[in-house]
Design a protein around this ligand. Structure first.
Ligand code: HEC
Ligand code: HEC
Ligand code: HEC
Ligand code: HEC
Ligand code: HEC
Length: 324
């Protein structure tokens, strides 16, 4: 009895010792196989939600977008390739303009362009060397500097810096990448709405009209954009029109827009964050009931602000009525 206990105890000791030795000589946990990703399609398998949202976004269409193809002459203007089919932002660095890539251009501004680090890992919010895509914590991904290599060409980031949003620490992703279902644990929506979403454009501005000493005073206030309105792409414009109630033709009043460089006769009339622009209608036809409306256009192909039918070429943002 006593002997068998001793044998058992001896066996136990040697097993523990052998296990300890095995522990000591075991090589440290090997990092995951450095998997190289050659297409953003590969991310879909494990990140279905961001993938679906990205497919729905204009980032995924930046190479195929018909308006970009038309304006760049099907990318015969090679300057246009840089940001519309870019190499990874972290490769060129956040302070620099991105460089064009040669492969898989159809994927546009894709997962790899935004997330891939020079060592092949993915910029994220934590370090997980054992995960297949090797995420690494990179605070810069959530900062405005990350959008700047592509979005400051038309000064959107510079406009933001001059606004009170910068002082409050409300960055690009707070408005353009809200948490899914408002829950910080569910990650951020990659759809990144902009000018193509008229509901977002509606939140950017307020339109008011009132009578004051014989004239109609119209006010347009930037209440919701974290930068000038309408920002970025120079083909965007917002036009104020009015018409006496019952008439069909709109009368043009004012255009908010940043001109192309060759349009030397025009000045920049974008509306800064929180600013209000005031206009007066001093027309005898404005004494009766009237309507005032703000329209938003996306493309460069609607050239004349005085177009008689903005409804056919632009989208209605807001409309107010005024009694006599
Ligand atoms: C420095 C980066 C950069 C370069 C270079 C660039 N773009 Fe863009 N482009 C952008 C960004 C960012 C947007 C999105 C901004 C917006 O929608 O207002 C955009 C949007 C556009 C749009 C609007 C797309 C739409 O769906 O309405 C057109 C058209 C366009 N670019 C054409 C061009 C052309 C033509 C060139 C070359 C002459 C060019 N871009 C070069 C960054 C760039
Ligand atoms: C075979 C599965 C798999 C593939 C393929 C994959 N990942 Fe991941 N990824 C993971 C796992 C597992 C994690 C860590 C846990 C988690 O976030 O769910 C992760 C985490 C991440 C994170 C960090 C998330 C955070 O909250 O900070 C990012 C960013 C990321 N992946 C991007 C990508 C991109 C971009 C691709 C494609 C180029 C990709 N992944 C391909 C499995 C994968
Ligand atoms: C235009 C840049 C951009 C593109 C394109 C992009 N991401 Fe992201 N991604 C971000 C930013 C910014 C965050 C937020 C980081 C933070 O909160 O710190 C993020 C967060 C994530 C996360 C963390 C969890 C979550 O859902 O928020 C994952 C995973 C991820 N991205 C995967 C992808 C995949 C997969 C693709 C392609 C289908 C993709 N991303 C495309 C910029 C981008
Ligand atoms: C690598 C370049 C690049 C980076 C980085 C980038 N973008 Fe973009 N973004 C683009 C281009 C190019 C377009 C225009 C796509 C098109 O319509 O052709 C665009 C379009 C957009 C749009 C307009 C969508 C619409 O409705 O037209 C928004 C909003 C946007 N980006 C937000 C962001 C934010 C926020 C960040 C930072 C988290 C960011 N982007 C980072 C290149 C980039
Ligand atoms: C307080 C919320 C808010 C913040 C912060 C904000 N935006 Fe916006 N953004 C908007 C609204 C609202 C619009 C629609 C009105 C417009 O086009 O200006 C918009 C539009 C855009 C567009 C679409 C332009 C187009 O032509 O389609 C781009 C690109 C953009 N923002 C980029 C950025 C970037 C980059 C930052 C950070 C520097 C940023 N935004 C910060 C609210 C915000």
């Amino acid at each position: 009895m006593q002997a068998s206990i001793r044998i058992f105890a001896g066996l136990l000791v040697s097993t523990v010792a052998a296990l300890a030795l095995y522990q000591v000589f075991q090589p440290p946990e090997a990092p995951a196989q450095a998997r190289q990703f050659t297409s953003s399609q590969e991310c879909a398998q494990c990140h279905a939600e961001p993938f679906r949202e990205w497919q729905d976004s204009w980032h995924s269409r930046s190479w195929t977008d018909p308006d970009v193809r038309a304006l760049s002459n099907d990318f015969a203007n090679t300057d246009c390739i840089d940001c519309h089919a870019p190499r990874p932002v972290f490769e060129t660095g956040l302070a620099n303009r991105v460089l064009p890539r040669a492969a898989r251009r159809a994927e546009g501004v894709d997962c790899i362009a935004c997330h891939q680090l020079p060592d092949g890992g993915m910029a994220g919010t934590f370090d997980r060397p054992d995960a297949p895509c090797r995420p690494q914590a990179r605070r810069e991904l959530a900062q405005v500097e990350f959008c700047a290599p592509c979005h400051d060409q038309h000064k959107t980031v510079t406009q933001w810096r001059a606004s009170s949003y910068a002082a409050q620490g409300i960055g690009c992703i707070d408005c353009h990448m809200p948490y899914r279902n408002g829950d910080p644990n569910q990650g951020r929506d990659h759809t990144m709405h902009g000018g193509h979403d008229i509901e977002l454009v509606r939140k950017a501005v307020a339109l008011r009209a009132q009578r004051s000493s014989g004239a109609v005073v119209v006010e347009i206030e930037n209440v919701g954009a974290g930068h000038h309105f309408p920002t970025d792409e120079r083909s965007r414009a917002a036009d104020v029109f009015w018409r006496p109630k019952g008439e069909t033709a709109w009368r043009w009043l004012y255009r908010f827009r940043s001109p192309y460089r060759h349009e030397v006769e025009l000045t920049d009339t974008l509306l800064p964050a929180h600013a209000t622009h005031t206009l007066r209608i001093e027309d005898e036809n404005a004494r009766g009931a009237l309507e005032v409306a703000l329209f938003y256009k996306l493309t460069p192909y609607w050239k004349t602000p005085a177009a008689p039918d903005p409804e056919a070429e632009a989208k209605l943002v807001h409309r107010v009525e005024l009694s006599p």
